[in-house]
Design a protein around this ligand. Structure first.
Ligand code: TIU
Length: 227
């Protein structure tokens, strides 16, 4: 078992039963010209999460942890897009419209890809999802249960939308979630802080929160102990 400092109290996990979730690090959310920018957001705000997530990915790849990357998006014919989602907010460009990186949030478009800095490696799970909750209309729960996963280390964007929704859904399914504060990001700094506070409030009502540095320190010292 590895134990890390976290809010609201230390988080203990067995790496063999832990998966790393990298939620929606897609060009459509992180780069100019994508879906996030079409909603009027300053996408540069999400970039702070990239470097710390690269370090966590490297450390957990080294330890052969299960790595799961999710992508939010839709079929090219948009048959899986509810009108309630497609029409929301009267944006300048809608899901499925042609943008500088191809059709917004459509599978197969350049913008739907994960950013090159955090690109999945061969053999890692890439999970396409139509909603904010990574469990909704996907086989994520089956994949986790098949591997005996009980604990999730969570990174991704945005903190209060797909990360928060997924963590709440995971918590209800009995997974213990550790959210890495610096490996998540939001277009709204105040929402980022509030979402993080909500996870660990009330004795960890939804999960635990720590930093990548805290996690990396305990993961690397546990690997030193093993050798
Ligand atoms: N708009 C926003 O903050 N997020 C999303 O639409 N999706 C995800 O968070 N991935």
């Amino acid at each position: 078992m590895i134990t890390t400092h976290a809010e609201p109290y230390p988080y203990a996990f067995d790496l063999a039963r832990t998966a790393l979730l990298c939620i929606d690090f897609q060009r459509d959310f992180v780069e100019p010209g994508g879906f996030g920018e079409s909603l009027g957001n300053d996408v540069s705000r999400l970039r702070t999460a990239i470097e710390p997530t690269q370090r966590v990915l490297a450390a957990l790849r080294e330890r052969d942890a299960l790595i799961i990357h999710t992508r939010e998006g839709h079929r090219p014919d948009l048959t899986d897009l509810f009108p309630a989602k497609g029409n929301r907010g009267n944006p300048s460009l809608r899901i499925g419209d042609e943008g500088p990186m191809g059709r917004l949030l459509v599978r197969g478009s350049a913008g739907h890809d994960i950013i090159p800095e955090l690109a999945p490696l061969e053999g890692e799970v890439v999970l396409d999802k139509p909603g904010k909750d990574s469990f909704y209309a996907t086989d994520l729960e089956t994949i986790l249960r098949a591997r005996g996963i009980t604990h999730l280390i969570v990174t991704g964007v945005t903190t209060e939308v797909c990360v928060q929704t997924t963590v709440r859904a995971a918590n209800d399914r009995g997974f213990d979630c550790l959210i890495l504060s610096d490996c998540t990001g939001s277009y709204f700094p105040e929402f980022h802080e509030s979402a993080l506070a909500m996870f660990s409030a009330q004795g960890g009502i939804v999960g635990w929160v720590t930093t990548s540095q805290e996690l990396l320190t305990v993961v690397s010292s546990s690997s030193a102990t093993k050798e």
